[in-house]
Design a protein around this ligand. Sequence first.
Ligand SMILES: C[C@@H]1N[C@@H](c2nc3ccccc3[nH]2)[C@H](O)[C@@H]1O
Length: 449
Amino acid sequence: KIELQHGAHRTGKRTDADMQTWRTYGLGQFIHWGAYSLLGGKYNGEYYNGAAEWIRVWNKVPNAVYDNLYKQFNPQQYNPTQWAAMAKQMGVKYLTFTTKHHDGFCLWPSKTTSYTIAGTPYKKDIIKPLVEAYTKAGIDVYLYFSVMDWSHPDWRYDLKTREDTIAFDRFKKFTKDQLTELLTLYPETKGLWFDGTWDNSWKKSGAFTDSLEQYLKALRPGLIIGSRLRADDLGNRHNDANGLLMGDYEQGWERKIPKTYADVHGNDWDCVMTIPENGWGYQEKWLGHWKTSNELIEMLAQCVSLGGNLVVNFGPKGDGSFRPEEMTAAKDIGAWMKINSNAIYNCEYAGWEKQDWGYYTKRTGENKYYMIVFNVPVSGSLKVQPPRNWTVTKATLLGDATKNISLEKIDYGGSFIHLPKGFSTGKPFVIELETQKATGTGNEQKAKT
Ligand SMILES: C[C@@H]1N[C@@H](c2nc3ccccc3[nH]2)[C@H](O)[C@@H]1O
């Protein structure tokens, strides 16, 4: 064990009520909106082939051009109530919203810089009405904040000289002041989703990241902060030098999903996911493959079945409208959740032997299990193999309990679930299983006599 001043201060999961609520969400919405949304990945008729919110680093866009884009930001159609209604219909339980991305443009009227929404033709605070609309809709709000800030003269990628350190100390104060504003202006915020903390300057600031986290949690008791904020005494991020997670949940699953439960290392975690292959801000021309609704639903099932949340990203246009593909995804996922959300909300890792037909989830605190089925075998029979001494006592198809699926017990508590001939819903479906611990398998009796 390595002695650390600024390593993890907790082992194991957070067990308080706020974190237990976070664990019940299953499905979240990410929204990336900012100056980059005005360009949509395009400049002078050419498309940037990277992530649209990174277009400022493309040599074809002069910094002076990019850094003045905000003077055209004027989303008169912006309607956070409509945004919240779309999210509600989709079935998301929490929102993560970009207050400031790597470019440094603040969507709230910060007093720490002139590079804010107050300096745009729109003038008004974007975040306040958003927090209110989502909170009113019963959706918890989390704020995304990029530490890396390309617009700030004191930002440093590394600390090589005394001047770097003096400048970066000013930058740390600026960062703390901005975060204080956010938690003070929007006290309903349940947590902060940090980004842009991979550079050496931050890795060398372990002590500051530790005191900053403690300061923020004192300012807002219960605040939930993932593993991207902290660095330990030796510059390790996410896990400290002793392999312990620094943060309330693992934030490393960006655009990727753990393969097995072992990959999760007993941590809470979220997977933030783009609908196109990459790119978080509005991209006029989506490069490559974008995920179908069924692919997104399968990712949702995978995440919840391994104890995490899936946070699907939306990138509204500069005018605040959503593109058709994103509206369709929200509608389709919402329609599926309307029937099947019992397999997603308040669910956790089941620990049963995975079968080819899909994924198990388990209702927290109950002996209720869910099969989220994507692949019906040619036999039309789904094998279920609970752990020894557990048996399945009932199987019900969600959304259409009349469809008679039959339950055939086989070896050691295992079962086959037979679907009616020619059964097909054309989309993923869920079977709810009631289970109970087998009283005695009779073996004990033999042993006694
Ligand atoms: C949640 C996502 N994180 C940002 C990001 N920047 C990166 C730089 C290098 C590798 C991965 C990155 N992800 C993306 O711009 C988006 O905000």
